[in-house]
Design a protein around this ligand. Structure first.
Ligand code: HEM
Length: 396
């Protein structure tokens, strides 16, 4: 940082004269500092029709923590927990310490912090009985490609905590887990990342650790089909949605051995710029009918995008994934990394949005050769709440 500021200052001083510059415009290092402060002080409203953290532009860091309800946690205990979690989240996301915050100093940098709660089937059943559980709120069907591990699978309560600052995320997660611990115990925790805020142009589609532009064909907040594709209209879940979290290991060592044409064929898009193999730019419509000189489709039938897309080209889910790159504990013999995607999909109905796509990819997708689902969880994401209410209050 020092050398960058030094360079900025040096360049400006040489061009304009340092004294004159400081008299009329902020010095470049002050501009840099202002920009940094904006990143830290930015907030996302907590209360509203929908929970924040879904239509929110993805923050740089996210932690997903799943908890299991204690055996003696009844509906009253769950209500109390949700009330305090809501209170904690409403404060922390606005840059204030939680009520019982032991380190309120860490809360003053909200950095667009959002806290999104999700419910597994057991929580819904315990509060409101089996009839309140949406038909899709259950473990996904078993897929042939799955190598699921218990340590990344299932859960009764999901805490999805995200911000543009990792310290903020760590502090908020700890506060929320402390609040929940009388009622629910942590079962797994997974953290992921994207580019830091300010590293690239706002609106740039993220890249995953294979290097691919990932998220081009997607439901986009503000588009006509976003609300109908994502937000539920059903009963207590009206204004909420569903969340599928798949931990998908990516074999970076195997991917290393694949050349660029091989990589592009597996995806049906170019790694360099994300354009379909039949187009020039990222957002060009792929032409699945186009034939190459040898009579084969330019976008192979076995490619990921050919298989992911059904007969109807409209997206059926909001994909909002995060990269993970953990230490080598989970890596297989001889591999350097344990990396992949925390694949997140939000849709009003899992059986209509996610499952048909995953079935097609399970049957055939060249990308499966380098990707393996190792964790899986499904949650109902209740709607947002107004001040005085709490997340999940429509269930009680
Ligand atoms: C498209 C990567 C798993 C559904 C894409 C694209 C990339 C990609 C690079 C092209 C750009 C884009 O439109 O976003 C990956 C990787 C995966 C993975 C690396 C695993 C590690 C999945 C899973 C699903 C899925 C599990 C759903 C079950 C889709 C869909 C599209 C897509 C629906 C858009 C297809 C279209 O053009 O209509 N994926 N993906 N992907 N992926 Fe995946």
């Amino acid at each position: 940082a020092l050398s960058r500021r030094g360079m900025l200052l040096g360049g400006a001083a040489a061009g304009a004269g340092f004294a004159a510059l400081t008299a009329c415009t902020p010095r470049p290092d002050e501009q840099l500092e202002d920009a940094l402060l904006d990143v830290g002080s930015d907030t996302v409203p907590f209360f509203g029709e929908h929970q924040a953290g879904i239509a929110t532009k993805p923050q740089a860091f996210a932690t997903f923590a799943a908890l299991t309800l204690r055996d003696d946690a009844d509906a009253d205990a769950i209500r109390r927990m949700l009330q305090v979690l809501t209170d904690d989240a409403s404060r922390l996301t606005q840059g204030r310490g939680a009520l019982a915050d032991t380190e309120p100093e860490l809360a003053v940098t909200p950095a667009r912090l959002t806290v999104t709660l999700g419910f597994g089937p057991a929580l819904v059943r315990r509060v409101a009985g089996a009839s309140a559980v949406p038909t899709w709120l259950k473990p996904l069907p078993a897929f042939g490609i799955d190598e699921l591990e218990d340590r990344w699978t299932g859960g009764d309560l999901l805490l999805h905590v995200a911000a543009d600052d990792q310290v903020t995320v760590a502090h908020a997660v700890r506060m929320l887990l402390k609040t929940a611990r009388a009622t629910a115990v942590p079962t797994w925790r997974q953290s992921g990342f994207r580019r830091s805020r300010g590293s690239e142009e706002p609106g740039t589609t993220m890249r995953n650790l294979f290097g691919q532009v990932d998220g081009t064909v997607n439901l986009r907040p503000g588009d006509d089909d976003f609300a109908s594709g994502v937000w539920s209209e059903e009963g207590w879940l009206k204004g909420g949605t569903s969340c599928v979290l798949r931990r998908i290991r990516m074999d970076l060592d195997g991917w290393d051995r694949l050349d660029t044409p091989g990589r592009d064929q597996a995806m049906g898009r170019r790694q360099s710029d994300g354009a379909p193999l039949t187009g020039e730019h990222e957002f060009d419509e792929p032409d699945f009918e186009a034939m190459g000189p040898h009579g084969f489709p330019v976008i192979p039938d076995f490619s990921h995008i050919a298989r992911a897309r059904g007969d109807d080209p409209r997206p059926t889910m909001l994909r909002r994934s995060y990269n993970y790159d953990d230490d080598t504990v989970g890596a297989r013999d001889g591999e350097i990394t344990d990396a992949g995607l925390l694949f997140l999909a939000y849709q009003r109905d899992v059986d209509e949005g996610f499952v048909p796509v995953q079935r097609r990819l399970d049957e055939l997708d060249l990308l499966n050769q380098w990707t393996t689902p190792v964790g899986s969880a499904v949650f109902a994401i209740p709607p947002g709440c107004q001040e005085g209410g709490f997340i999940g209050d429509t269930l009680f």
